[in-house]
Design a protein around this ligand. Structure first.
Ligand SMILES: [Zn+2]
Length: 182
């Protein structure tokens, strides 16, 4: 924690609301900087820019300053944001509906239904899009073979990679590669 953050907490400075939140380890509650609750001991305070961070760490939002009120307007939107982030971070691994749903602590059925409803596509389609975008970026670098790119972007077999690539871009990986390398 930086000094100005601590000063904002001590002085209940509203100017810093939304910029960061603070959690108190001894009470497991997190607050906005402006909260008028009793000033905690500095050594027990943890600061983070995101309210979600504290929720994931198991902190409860303070009833007085309600630090979760604006950041989590809709739990479904929140779920989709987390799901997309998860896919963007882990597209190189084997991702199934089951592994994604497990990571989000929800049922595969609910995950698939909610994702499709809010994102307008299935989770599998989103995984494919992220992988193919990553593959195109690697092809632009020009240093990897198609088989290498296939495995670097989470495909088990180059033939599967080629099929998905063609479905999403309208051309085969080798055609695309020839174009970008010219
Ligand atoms: Zn508070």
């Amino acid at each position: 924690m930086r000094n100005y953050e601590w000063e904002a907490i001590v002085s209940c400075n509203t100017a810093f609301d939304g910029q960061f939140f603070y959690g108190v380890k001894t009470t497991n509650i997190f607050c906005r900087p402006s909260c008028r609750s009793r000033t905690p001991l500095r050594q027990n305070v943890q600061v983070n820019g995101s309210a979600e961070f504290f929720i994931h760490q198991g902190y409860r939002p303070c009833k007085r300053c309600q630090p979760d009120a604006e950041v989590l307007p809709d739990p479904k939107q929140h779920l989709i944001r987390n799901a997309k982030r998860l896919i963007e971070e882990r597209y190189q691994e084997e991702l199934t509906l089951q592994t994604l749903a497990d990571s989000l602590y929800i049922s595969p059925y609910y995950f698939h239904k909610t994702f499709k409803e809010l994102a307008g596509k299935s989770p599998a389609q989103y995984v494919a899009e992220i992988r193919i975008a990553a593959a195109q970026a690697l092809m632009n670098e020009g240093t990897y073979s198609i088989a290498e790119i296939s495995s670097l972007t989470g495909f088990k077999k180059p033939s599967h990679f080629s099929r998905v690539f063609k479905r999403l871009t309208g051309e085969s990986p080798s055609n695309f590669r020839q174009k970008v390398l010219k």
